[in-house]
Design a protein around this ligand. Structure first.
Ligand code: HEM
Length: 149
């Protein structure tokens, strides 16, 4: 990538770094609200829907920024060193794979739960899929060796 695009690197990395907290907080809130919904047998309300939408928006924004970063990051490299160097391998292969998996889980949780008519089933779908996504994201960030927070 040319010099012109390299200047985008730092602002994009900072945005991606800060947006992680929006994703994590929204994810936690959706998981807690779904759990409360299951335990207290609550109907699936307006806020349950709104928070799962915010989560989807933050997450998809994170993917768009991540994809641009992927092409300007000095840690993403394709060549003989890709799999040998653990940092290059992490950013070139592992981060994108794990995060996209988590994003698919978050997206599928929302789309499939929207189609359900039973409120308990909606809460359960959001709880299980988003909990797995949270574990995948936290494990992946931990593997980056930059610290989760
Ligand atoms: C929920 C989704 C995601 C989360 C929570 C997340 C989180 C993070 C975090 C915490 C960092 C380190 C930032 C720092 O050191 O300041 C990072 C960096 C990065 N992420 Fe993501 N990410 C996500 C999705 C993605 C996706 C889908 C891609 C690629 C398509 C991607 C590509 C990158 C790249 C290239 C870097 C920069 C590595 C560097 O140059 O230092 N991320 N991400």
């Amino acid at each position: 990538m040319g010099l012109k695009y390299k200047s985008m690197y730092t602002p994009l990395l900072n945005t991606h770094s800060i947006l992680r907290y929006f994703v994590l907080v929204a994810l936690l809130l959706v998981i807690i609200m779904a759990l409360m919904g299951i335990v207290n047998k609550k109907p699936f309300g307006k806020w349950d829907n709104k928070f799962s939408l915010y989560l989807l928006i933050f997450t998809h924004l994170q993917v768009v920024i991540g994809l641009v970063l992927y092409f300007v990051s000095p840690f993403v490299k394709f060549g003989s060193e890709t799999m040998k160097d653990k940092f290059i391998r992490y950013w070139t292969v592992e981060h994108i794979t794990a995060m996209l998996l988590a994003v698919v889980l978050i997206t599928v949780a929302r789309i499939t739960s929207k189609k359900m008519t039973d409120d308990a089933a909606k809460h359960k779908r959001l709880f299980v899929f988003n909990l797995i996504a949270l574990i995948v994201i936290l494990a992946s960030i931990a593997l980056s060796h930059r610290g989760i927070l």
